[in-house]
Design a protein around this ligand. Structure first.
Ligand code: HEM
Length: 307
């Protein structure tokens, strides 16, 4: 049986650090592999018992150069645009190093060591340090994560099944959303709750979902979206956390895992009203500054690819 990289499904720790990189012309793959081996050794493979949880994720081009264990239907992030011109731009890179730990300094140290080890072979396209805010709140004050599958179901929902290409791996969407909190905080409580389709104080699902509510777009069901009379389908495991930059830019670093990429694409197209539906109200106050799709191979495939 192939096992997922432990950082994905283990409890999320307080601080995260996202570093996106791509190869430069003439990059030496041997040096990149050696740096990844060292990073994994430094962080340790054992989940919460380790100081830093490290997850290594690849874009389609780098994955194809490292292994033959390629999952079905793995595409690069295309970018999305609503009929009225709201844009989620595509910023696909080749490698994402996702670290999380109770200690922010250790996240910094691990990524700093890695980026120095690949200097001259990869360039850092962007990085974002993030944090858990109170009881897993988004910066709007809404609880983020309520509808996640129960912990015991997350492996089944988020990880490619044994016997399939890419078994033990997971598809990922990574985006840095920028919030206009002034706009959001200017909405009435009722309008704020209708943005998500849940209450603000305890995340209770609203009985009536307006067509623009977030849940009307992302709570996929066998029947109508968000309609609890039919079972959920295409679930995903979210690990999103907020960030705040010194220049005042704030928002949510959206990080989600699933066992097929199609359900991630379906949700993005729905949120951007690309299927003839109303656009998600989230996009009235928040815009992604970056967006990429990655695949996190199983621990065993990663071991073999980096050997
Ligand atoms: C600014 C960006 C976003 C914010 C602030 C946000 C916030 C939220 C909140 C507050 C909830 C309700 C509580 C919960 O279940 O966690 C939720 C649910 C959810 N969101 Fe988002 N979200 C964002 C983007 C996205 C994106 C891009 C996707 C998928 C591509 C997504 C997928 C989901 C899913 C699957 C659920 C749970 C639905 C269910 O109950 O089955 N979200 N989100």
């Amino acid at each position: 049986m192939a096992n997922p990289q432990p950082a994905i499904l283990t409890n999320l720790t307080k601080y995260q650090w996202y570093t996106h990189l791509s190869r430069v012309e003439g990059a030496d793959l041997g040096i990149i592999k050696a740096a990844l081996r060292q990073l994994r050794e430094d962080c340790g493979p054992m989940g919460v018992t380790q100081a830093v949880n490290a997850c290594v994720l690849f874009g389609p081009t780098l994955l194809a150069d490292l292994t033959d264990d390629i999952p079905d239907d793995f595409q690069k992030y295309p970018g999305y645009e609503s009929p009225d011109g709201k844009i989620a731009k595509g910023t696909q890179e080749e490698l994402l190093i996702w670290l999380h730990s109770e200690d922010k300094d250790l996240c910094w140290e691990a990524q700093f060591k890695f980026r120095n080890a690949v200097a001259g072979h990869m360039t850092v396209a962007r990085e974002t340090p993030t944090f858990i805010y109170r009881n897993s709140l988004d910066l709007t004050g809404f609880i983020d994560g309520t509808g996640n599958p129960a912990p015991e179901d997350q492996h089944d929902r988020g990880i490619v099944a044994d016997g399939e290409p890419g078994a033990g791996g997971s598809f990922c969407i990574a985006q840095r959303w920028v919030h206009d909190l002034k706009y959001f905080n200017g909405l009435s409580l009722e309008d704020q709750e209708n943005v998500f389709g849940r209450t603000k104080d305890d995340s209770t699902k609203l009985a009536v979902q307006v067509p623009t509510s977030h849940l009307s777009h992302v709570e996929l069901r066998e029947g109508t979206t968000a309609d609890e009379s039919t079972p959920k389908r295409g679930e995903m495991v979210r690990r999103s956390t907020p960030y705040a930059f010194h220049d005042g830019t704030v928002g949510l670093y959206f990080m989600g895992f699933s066992k097929t990429q199609a359900v991630l694409r379906e949700r993005m197209e729905a949120m951007y009203g690309m299927s003839g539906n109303a656009r998600d109200a989230i996009t009235d106050y928040s815009t992604p500054a970056s967006g990429s799709y990655y695949f996190a191979p199983s621990a065993e495939t990663l071991d073999a690819a980096l050997a």
